[in-house]
Design a protein around this ligand. Structure first.
Ligand code: OGA
Ligand code: MN
Length: 284
């Protein structure tokens, strides 16, 4: 097979490579999928240009990397394809409109016991400017922590929950209210603050502003101090890749070793995307 046409999109040392000239709409050989997987594990955020891909083709591509999962909030799912989340400020396709969804630092669905391995986001209508998505390399962020802090974090766990974030999003008018029974389903789950990537063996920080409520067993004050110190460190430019969307970019990220954050744009422009989400396993 010919080598993939790859360019580096950022000055970040790992994240953000763009792959041109590939067609992901049809069946792919196992060798191609293996090569993509290698690239993905090496770079954690990879971008395929010019993917004019249908929902069926998007899902078929995503399934080559694992079983898919849906989202707990059902009114933002594609009405005909429940494994696709619709991020559209126009409610394209009949899902509830979302303005600036994911505009806080997070890794997808860490409030579940087994958070997803990764997400594959297809931006088929993107605004002419802004609405970038920022990514942080949580492997590098961990690597460059002070040694004494690394020792201190060993074996420490954090509490993750969706409830608090969802309440904030309803208040901000970016998500529809949910019945109390639904909110009650979103309990607390515990994850290690530092997880070991099951494929690369590298350690990465695994806390995020979106869903991490507190450090388990620490006082509120100590917990807040640690989390804000970690977030401040992660936000350093050297760990960040800014993805500037082109129409029909398909962006694939590893949820186990990155965080991401949507940024604002002029809402008079349409921004519509579909996300497929690949199941993961218990963080350790
Ligand atoms: C997501 C997400 C950010 C964006 O799809 O999981 O957080 O910029 N998207 O739309
Ligand atoms: Mn997200």
């Amino acid at each position: 097979m010919a080598p993939l046409d790859i360019t580096t999109e950022s000055n970040q040392r790992t994240l953000g490579v763009r792959i041109d000239g590939m067609d992901l709409t049809g069946p792919l050989g196992d060798d191609v999928v293996a090569e993509i997987r290698n690239l993905w594990m090496r770079h954690a955020v990879i971008v395929f240009s010019d993917q004019d891909i249908t929902p069926d083709q998007h899902l078929a591509f995503a399934r080559r990397f694992g079983a898919l999962q849906s989202h707990t909030v059902t009114d933002i799912l594609h009405p005909d394809y429940p494994e696709l989340l619709v991020l559209s400020n126009r409610g394209r396709g009949g899902a509830k409109p979302i303005n600036n969804g994911g505009a806080y630092w997070h890794s997808d669905i860490t409030y579940e016991v087994e958070p997803p391995m990764g997400s594959i986001l297809h931006g088929f209508i993107v605004p002419p400017a802004d609405g970038d998505t920022l990514y942080v390399d949580m492997t590098a962020a961990y690597e460059f922590l002070d040694e004494d802090l690394k020792v201190k974090l060993d074996g420490v766990q954090a509490v993750h929950t969706y409830r608090h974030r969802y309440e904030l999003m309803v208040e901000a008018g970016v998500r529809p209210p949910q019945p109390d029974e639904k909110m009650a389903e979103w309990g607390d789950v515990l994850h290690p603050v530092v997880r070991t990537h099951p494929e690369t063996g590298q350690k990465a920080l695994f806390v995020n502003e979106g869903f991490t409520a507190r450090i388990d067993g620490w006082s509120d004050d100590e917990s807040r101090r640690l989390l804000s110190r970690l977030y401040q460190h992660c936000m350093e430019d050297r760990f960040i890749y800014r993805h500037q969307w082109r129409s029909n970019d398909l962006v694939m990220w590893d949820n186990r070793c990155t965080m991401h954050c949507a940024t604002p744009y002029d809402l008079s422009h349409e921004r519509s995307m579909h996300r497929a989400t690949i199941r993961g396993n218990l963080p350790v």
